[in-house]
Design a binder for this molecule. Structure first.
Ligand code: AMP
Length: 590
């Protein structure tokens, strides 16, 4: 029931008074986007005036945008690496921020093969919380009755380490779930999860997933929305159900918890939730034992109104699979965020994935936009509809004019705040889950594997390309190799080629290896050897479609279906990585 009409918002009638306040806040920020940005930058510059970084640029106390932009360079992570290393090593002087760096957030973006370390300060947690608090008020405008049930969300913490100077280094969501903001959140009827905190906070991914799935099954009729952060995470949960439904059904039948769940706090809280239910166990067996899993989400959770998962950017590859498992439920992409900074939210969350636009909230950080192909950064309110830009942020934690690496296209405005379609992340060739592999990383991996191939059987890799195969869960990297095997020479053995797969995995960055080892969210890398002449055919195909012979370069990654089909039709043998690569949470020093 909507609250009294005097609370109404241009976005629509709010569901409750708390929502009205949140919607008013969105209106206020987006109406005054330019002033908010101007004041926010001035506040950051005043606060951080005495930091080593800002002093270096002699702002002379100026806090205006023109001086700031004329004196400070636009930078990348590599430019800040020395300062970040000093902070990580324990230098507590105000290097980037006047406020103490409270922890490092480990980005899924890497530098020299390791996760980037993003400095953050205590109060940034409030800013992130603020953005989270706007999501349900917007959703409630489109989906009524979400206070009548629960959300089945698969949420996980990941391993964390300490830097040499003793600061925690962990992913931003791990930091958030472990914070009091999340753990002691006040009851909100619109935001009730089936997963208990104990299950979300368990560092063992199997135990965490098992108990979250069990709770979701036990409370299946209350579930109104099913979600995970990214689409790949939700598909992993479905795969988990495919593999473990009979154990889960047994627990439900007997009211006893599987012995592999050893975490005492999970056992304790599950003892209150888990009661024998023969009827439910039978239902789950019936639904899961059939070959056909089409629409499984709505079969098991029939009251689900939408999926809450990000399917924009690299995650768009999972849309068809999610449609299959959910029987075509809407997919809501609610927010756009990163370890550097949370950016904004989708004010029309039930829009089709291809039409999703995120409204950048001007109170989160100071934003600038470099037009693609240009160099002069423009203000948030000055971007032009239809144009593509690279995002640059200046944060309270001390990143100044920092390139995030995301390319966005302006689709419109809400008041004076622009809305953006997420186009892509710069330089990412392959991605299955949170892993991101660029061209040079892939090249290095192929080189290392080629050395092994050459040493073991004298064969060279003549050409290669790659493909992110998401037809199985989890998805995996496929490398198409054309080998230089001369007439009369023997083909490399299957054993050698499997070791080449592992060699490549060992060479890839730590996020890839973590996905393989700790998260099990990426499957074993595969080499598909194609017959001689295949890459020439690939070139012929490209030329027939208008590519110039002189400028033709082998694409290092393919995703256009006819090309993948052409390659697949020329495969002579396929080989998978036989083992897991090495990975530990500890970072390698440069
Ligand atoms: P991380 O620093 O590991 O948290 O990753 C942040 C990056 O994930 C962003 O810079 C984007 O490239 C990507 N990302 C975050 N939210 C979205 C979204 N809603 N749609 C597409 N990509 C996203």
């Amino acid at each position: 029931m909507a609250v009294d009409s005097s609370l109404s918002s241009p976005l629509g009638p709010p569901a409750c008074e708390k929502d009205a306040k949140a919607l008013r806040f969105i209106e206020e920020m987006t109406r005054n986007a330019d002033t908010v940005q101007e004041n926010l930058l001035a506040e950051i510059l005043r606060r951080n005036a005495e930091t080593e970084y800002l002093r270096r640029f002699n702002l002379g106390g100026a806090t205006d945008r023109d001086t700031f932009k004329s004196k400070l360079p636009i930078i990348t992570y590599e430019d800040l690496q020395p300062e970040i290393q000093r902070i990580a090593d324990g230098d507590r002087s105000p290097i980037l921020s006047a406020h103490p760096i409270s922890e490092f957030l480990t980005s899924s973006g890497t530098s020299a093969g390791e996760r980037k370390l993003m400095p953050t300060i205590q109060e940034e947690l409030d800013r992130r919380q603020l953005l989270y608090s706007l999501l349900m008020p917007v959703m409630n405008l489109y989906v009524p009755g979400l206070d009548k049930g629960k959300g089945l969300y698969f949420l996980f913490v990941k391993s964390e380490t300490k830097t040499p100077g003793g600061l925690p280094a962990r992913p931003v969501l791990t930091s958030y779930y472990k914070s009091d903001k999340f753990r002691s959140r006040p009851y909100d009827p619109y935001n009730v999860y089936t997963s208990p905190n104990e299950a979300i906070l368990c560092p063992d991914s199997f135990q965490s997933m098992y108990s979250q799935m069990l709770c979701g099954l036990l409370d299946r009729l209350s579930v109104l929305r099913v979600g995970a952060v990214f689409a790949s995470g939700l598909l992993r949960a479905i795969r988990f159900l495919q593999l473990h439904w009979s154990r889960l059904a047994y627990d439900i039948e007997t009211g006893s918890l599987d012995s592999e769940i050893t975490d005492p706090s999970i056992r304790q809280c599950m003892s209150d939730i888990l009661k024998p239910d023969q009827h439910l166990a039978e239902f789950i067996r019936q639904e899961c034992q059939t070959e056909n899993w089409e629409g499984i989400i709505t079969r098991i959770w029939p009251n689900t109104k939408y999926l809450d998962v990000i399917v924009t950017g690299a995650m768009a590859q999972y849309i068809p699979t999610l449609e299959y498992y959910s029987g075509g439920l809407p997919m809501a992409c609610t927010m756009y965020a990163s370890s550097e900074c949370y950016f904004g939210l989708n004010l029309n969350p039930m829009s089709k994935p291809s039409e999703v636009s995120y409204t950048i909230m001007p109170n989160m950080a100071y934003f600038e936009f470099i037009p693609l192909g240009g160099s002069k950064a423009v203000e948030l309110v000055d971007v032009k509809i239809g144009k593509e830009y690279e995002l640059v942020v200046t944060t309270y934690a001390g990143l100044c004019r920092y390139r995030v690496g995301d390319i966005l296209r302006v689709t419109g405005f809400h008041n004076s705040a622009p809305q953006f379609h997420f186009v892509r992340r710069k330089n990412v060739l392959l991605s299955i889950d949170s892993d991101k592999t660029d061209e040079s990383e892939l090249q290095k991996a192929v080189e290392n594997a080629s050395k092994l191939l050459l040493k073991e059987c004298g064969t060279r890799v003549a050409e290669y390309t790659s493909y992110a195969d998401t037809s199985t869960i989890p998805g995996h990297y496929v490398l198409y190799w054309e080998l230089l095997v001369r007439e009369g020479e023997r083909q490399p053995s299957h054993d050698t080629l499997t070791r080449c797969c592992l060699e490549m995995e060992e060479s890839l960055n730590s996020v890839y290896r973590q996905c393989r080892v700790a998260d099990n969210s990426v499957g074993p890398l595969e080499i598909r050897v194609v017959r001689n002449g295949t890459f020439e055919e690939l070139m012929d195909y490209a030329i027939s479609r208008g590519a110039s012979i002189n400028q033709y370069k082998v694409p290092r990654c393919v995703n256009f279906t006819p090309i993948v089909e052409l390659l697949d039709s020329r495969v002579v043998s396929a080989h998978f990585s036989p083992a897991l690569p090495h990975w530990t949470p500890e970072r390698r020093r440069r």
